[in-house]
Design a protein around this ligand. Sequence first.
Ligand code: ATP
Length: 282
Amino acid sequence: MTELAYAKLNLSLDILGRRPDGYHDLRMVMQTVDLADEVTVEPGGGQVTVQTNLSFLPCDRRNLAAAAALRFQEAVRPDLDGAAISICKHIPVCAGLAGGSSDAAAVLRALNELTGAGLTPDRLAALGETVGSDVPYCVLGGTALAEGRGERLTPLTPLPPCDVVLCKPGWSVSTPVLFAQADGKKLRRRPDTAGLLAALEAGDLTGAARRMYNVFEDVLTPREWSGVQAIKNTLIQHGALGASMSGTGPTVFGLFASRAAAWAAYEELKQTGQETFLARTV
Ligand code: ATP
């Protein structure tokens, strides 16, 4: 069975505080887009194996797809007898797009179907939480508010369908380092999450796009920040309704009401040599 594992975007990301257990309380509005990995799952074979088209990715249980299959076998179907997982990656790695979590979610959905286990989406999401904080959202997808570590989900009125241009700068950021930097800093700006939720409720794409913001933009180094701003400027100049960084970055995306405008922004950003994608909301 082949499942599509969609990339997620953060329409907003706010850090509410640090918890005694070392994690952070977050408030994020999430959205899936059709930039996707293809995850093929075949049950059986005696053990869980993973192969991917990217040689640098781990193939053992450090791969979130393998961790998800092992978890499913332990908790739901001890008689599973392994699974052969093959992943064709299209979502860039370490990009703030939850590619690994989405692969894990795709494995859970596929095994649920293939074994006839019949777990509800909510139960499958709860199982995913033990694999990673972003996995429950990736199981459910769509437009959702994610709170806590990201595992407490409230489905939202879907973002009106639109084109999305994504561009990943050539550098990568370390998630633990960014969180540590955010802890040591008074954040200058916070997203208007309530305004964003109201715009979604009203079906107002422009209003939602204008309210997108990610607090991690405030803790980038000046050099990283100017790279992010340059992409945002190109997106906005080409007519993006709004632009923001996703997750802990560095991918920057813009929402477009016009396909022609999105295409022009995509073409210009691609010429800079940065990884660039044209996608649609799902
Ligand atoms: P997030 O937005 O959830 O922070 P990300 O997009 O920044 O995620 P991923 O690409 O999901 O990052 O994961 C990056 C890390 O996870 C890498 O260290 C990679 O080795 C590991 N990893 C484990 N499984 C996978 C997978 N199936 N695909 C990609 N990376 C994986």
